[in-house]
Design a binder for this molecule. Structure first.
Ligand SMILES: Nc1nc2c(ncn2[C@@H]2O[C@H](COP(=O)(O)OP(=O)(O)OP(=O)(O)O)[C@@H](O)[C@H]2O)c(=O)[nH]1
Ligand SMILES: [Mg+2]
Ligand SMILES: [Zn+2]
Length: 341
């Protein structure tokens, strides 16, 4: 039996989809409660039960818990909180390290706010990468361009390159106004992603009234300070939850090629008009994508597909592919020679 009060859990993002997962967890001893992880530390986590935050002992099962995960907790006689199970998340953001290890970033997210400065942080390739990675996890992406009060307006550039399916706003993170309200309803969970200095904590503070530490701009460069060092979940007055994260440096796809391709919805939609069904939008005749999509966006798309393919290959696959290439290059070289002779 799991004790829970929908109204109080609602303030920490509880949804019917999570409620629907509960019966599958089986019978639970009396006194088992639902809570949500707000911080993850090495040996413990912070959980919120809708009323207050508590430190809790982790599961120890090697399960990669993330901020935003729903868990079952039991309060022992000595007042200690212990996690007893993880509710399977509805969505989950992870990244791959260079060694291929998966690292959990956040769970049960509805919307990712991709935070990028309109100053020197502005980089549409990086934004496209974030969009692809977020969408492949089944999470909506919203581009939030900060520092609109101090930097030149580059929204025209952005709109020319990105499909209209990505909402994009230029704001001052200190005073975001109401443009993000449609994503901030009760029960909604958002994660803020972007490089260090982009304004994630500034925006978190403005939306939640919490006091996350923000970084002072370093002389001539607002990057690379990493003011925020761990992920944490905060409550908005309107009922949404916001997960602030430390600046991302790199983020490799943890998705297959098909998922990456689908996340570029403009290219995906145009591709049905290509002459060849397996068109890669390179040199093929009758390609409907090549001339319709920004060429740098298309290059970025191909780069992400290559990365996804590489990360889904085992070391043996990679050796086999290199060997196949060598043979093909050799044959091509021979053919070239024969033609020339
Ligand atoms: N004028 C102005 N300053 C901003 C804006 N957004 C962020 N800043 C400033 O930029 C600096 C960095 O902002 P943070 O919110 O700490 O950046 P962050 O993304 O949380 O950075 P990390 O925690 O290191 O990942 C702070 O001095 C902010 O006041 C904005 O829209 N306008
Ligand atoms: Mg921060
Ligand atoms: Zn094509």
């Amino acid at each position: 039996m799991i004790d829970f009060d929908f109204a109080s859990l609602r303030t920490i993002g509880f949804t019917q989809a999570i409620a629907a997962e509960l019966p599958a967890l089986g019978h639970q001893p009396p006194g088992t409660c639902l809570a949500r992880i707000t911080e993850v530390h090495r040996d413990s986590v912070m959980v919120h039960d809708g009323v207050a935050e508590h430190a809790a002992r982790s599961l120890g099962g090697g399960e990669q818990l993330a901020v935003g995960d729903w868990v079952l907790v039991q309060v022992h006689a000595n007042g200690e909180y212990w996690l007893s199970a993880r509710v399977p998340p509805t969505t989950h953001l992870a990244r791959r390290s260079s060694t291929g290890r998966r690292q959990s970033l956040a769970s049960n997210i509805d919307t990712a706010l991709l935070v990028m400065g309109l100053d020197h942080d502005f980089n549409l390739r990086r934004l496209e990468r974030y969009i692809a990675l977020v969408r492949t996890a089944g999470i909506d992406a919203v581009a939030v361009l900060t520092k609109a009060d101090i930097a030149a307006d580059r929204m025209q550039e952005l709109h020319e390159r990105l499909p209209p399916s990505i909402p994009a706003f230029a704001i001052n993170a200190h005073d975001p106004g109401a443009v993000l309200d449609p994503w901030l309803g009760a029960g909604q969970t958002l994660v803020l992603l972007g490089t260090s200095g982009a304004g994630k904590s500034t925006l978190t503070n403005a939306l939640t009234g919490s006091g996350q530490q923000t970084g002072g701009v370093r002389h001539g460069d607002s990057r690379g300070r990493h003011t925020t060092t761990s992920r944490s979940l905060h409550l908005c007055t309107g009922g949404a939850c916001i997960i602030d994260t430390p600046g991302l440096r790199t983020w490799s796809p943890d998705a297959d090629e098909e998922a990456i391709a689908a996340s570029f919805d403009d290219i995906d939609a145009l591709a049905v008009h290509c002459q060849f069904r397996d068109c890669r939008h390179g040199e093929e005749p009758g390609c409907a994508v090549r001339d319709a999509v920004d060429s740098d966006r298309l290059r970025n798309y191909h780069k992400l597909l290559r990365e996804a393919r590489r990360s889904s290959q085992t070391p043996l696959d990679r050796i086999a592919e290199r060997a196949k290439w060598k043979v093909m290059m050799k044959q091509a070289g021979l053919r070239g020679k024969q033609k020339r002779e």
